[in-house]
Ligand binder design. Structure first.
Ligand code: COA
Length: 215
């Protein structure tokens, strides 16, 4: 495909996470260019990164085709909701930094972000809209549900399951064969030695439930 046929990537979400996505997209060379958008009018007319303009959502329809869309919002339910709301704008695309280490046998669904220095091991499966943040490690045979976020430096042992919209916090560790349930949160720096039930927040070493669940 010549560079003029490559899609223009829309990065939807003009915050810090959007900057990470735009940086990875530019480094990858997989797009004709990158443009950002956001629902916050205060962002319009500015730049997400040097040369990456932030345009209102209403301007997206006028962009020259082909287009691709990446929803760059860290909050898992909001990311899923915006991907649904914007599905007519352009097909959802994964953004993979050239220095992500991704096994050829892994399967990556649409809308995922794989950042610099992350590792996705053999036969790992990532659902739609998953974030694998800087330096995170997803070992062999892990299954990550749609819209989950594996935060910077988190480590998942082999065959860990992380269900839909769960957050595995920065620098945490999940031992092999365990499960982090849907919409659960594992706190930053935690070490999970047991399954984290759906919807619960666990933290500490070893990880224990916090008194209240959190988003
Ligand atoms: C675990 C977490 C979800 C709790 O958030 P919260 O519900 O707002 O909790 P609070 O900050 O009110 O703290 C509640 C208690 O848990 C403790 N706590 C909070 N986070 C903790 C952590 N990561 N490890 C150990 N204890 C923690 C607090 O010290 C507090 O203890 P106390 O009641 O004895 O004072 C949050 O602190 C966290 O670690 N989130 C992950 C963030 C992350 O990695 N994001 C990725 C960004 S890219």
């Amino acid at each position: 495909m010549s560079s003029t046929e490559l899609p223009l990537l829309i990065v939807f979400g003009a915050g810090g996470h959007g900057r990470v996505v735009a940086d990875a997209a530019l480094a990858s060379g997989a797009w004709r260019g990158v443009v950002a958008s956001d629902r916050n009018p205060a962002a319009w007319g500015g730049e997400l990164l040097p040369g990456v303009a932030i345009v209102p959502p209403a301007a997206l329809a006028d962009l020259p085709r082909p287009l691709a869309l990446h929803v760059a919002i860290g909050n898992n339910p909001v990311r899923r909701q915006e991907a649904h709301a914007l599905r007519e704008v352009a097909p959802l695309a994964s953004v993979i930094h050239p220095r992500a280490c991704v096994a050829a046998s892994s399967r990556i669904a649409a809308g995922c972000l794989l950042t610099a220095q992350c590792v996705v091991g053999p036969m790992a499966v990532l659902g739609e809209g998953v974030i694998v943040n800087h330096g995170a490690v997803i070992d062999h045979d892990c299954v990550i549900g749609a819209w989950a976020h594996i935060a910077p430096g988190a480590k998942l042992g082999g065959a860990v399951a992380v269900d839909e919209s769960a957050l595995v916090g920065a620098g945490s560790t999940v031992l092999r064969n365990l499960r982090v349930g849907a919409h659960a949160t594992l706190g930053a720096g935690a070490v999970a030695l047991a399954d984290v039930p759906a919807g619960q927040a666990w933290a500490g070493v070893p990880a224990r439930p916090l008194e209240r669940a959190c988003a």
